[in-house]
Design a protein around this ligand. Sequence first.
Ligand code: TRP
Length: 381
Amino acid sequence: MPVKSNFSVTPYSVSGNVDYQKLIKKFGTKPITGTLLRRISKYTGGDLHFMLRRGVFFTHRDLGWLLDRYDQGEKFYLYTGRGPSERTHIGHLIPWTMTKWLQDKFGSKLIFQITDDEKFLSDESLDLSDTRRYAMDNILDIIALGFSKKKTEILIDTDNADILYRNAIRIAKKINYSTVKAAFGFNESTNIGFIFYTSIQAVPSILESVREGRNVPCLIPHGVDQDPHFRVTRDVLPKLGYYKPASIQSIFVPPLSGVSGKMSSSDPNSTIFLTDDPKTVEMKIKKYAFSGGQPTIEEHRKLGGNPDIDVSFQWLKIFFEPDDRKLQKIEDDYKSGALLTGELKSILIEKINSFLEKHQERREKARDVIQDFLVSREDRK
Ligand code: TRP
């Protein structure tokens, strides 16, 4: 199987077969080592989320520093976000689930930014009413994941222009055009709102410090494509007297079509939405999930399948089978040919549908509590 070595990752497009080790070098981040993982499990009573154990979160910035501060008694807060350009899908669950786990384990506050402004500015076809609609829709999925009502605030950018703008201009003043051009690939026809945007995404990483009047460490769990925003942010913040935010960064969940590139909502057959019904899930997996199996049952029994390129197996590994022993057995059986592609797909379909059934119930209940999560007027500073 020829593997393309050309790939590109920016917050606005991902293409090719991403080589994560090369990406670490290119972006200048650090791998999440066993030593760091052991340090984390020291605070969690030995518990380590399987996405950390399996390298789904594979790289970081300043995680060791953050834990040093924690040892000194400085609690950190969490920050993550969502650009509401479509319905939410399986891929979004990775950083959000990690954020929820960290909130549970460390009792951290969380700022969840909804960047409707970003999606309005970056997508020609979206109006502010579209991004608003997606924002309110996506927030239901976020709340359904079970974030603490007391410790979480969801900040919709266009509803919080005051706190965002006052801080964003201080940041924007320290960033020049050539920096963002290099980071995001802007050109002469890029609209100027979009050019300014990264300074808006930077604000939540200082917001607690602004509110508290002292530096508060910030940890940002995010997909690796967002790193350019925070690379720029980290260069600027010390000039304004703030800590740089730390981050932990995840790989992409492969699209159904194969293990290269990133899932995209604009191709509904490449992904599973959190609102898909059981029949749709079954159809999509059966029809579209790229298989690492052999063309015939006979050959498969003889030669076995290749889990590394099998999307169903990868989805189990990345998110849907937390139990290491069960996952290992599936892998072994698939490789030996004892487990057929159809059987592997059935395991995944079962897992996804039982997850979605519960998720969709919680999603409906979330409608009643949206207001409790939104940054309230009195709170704005
Ligand atoms: N730019 C992100 C997106 O397109 C949204 C976002 C804003 C975000 N702040 C963030 C993502 C912090 C991760 C962490 O979806």
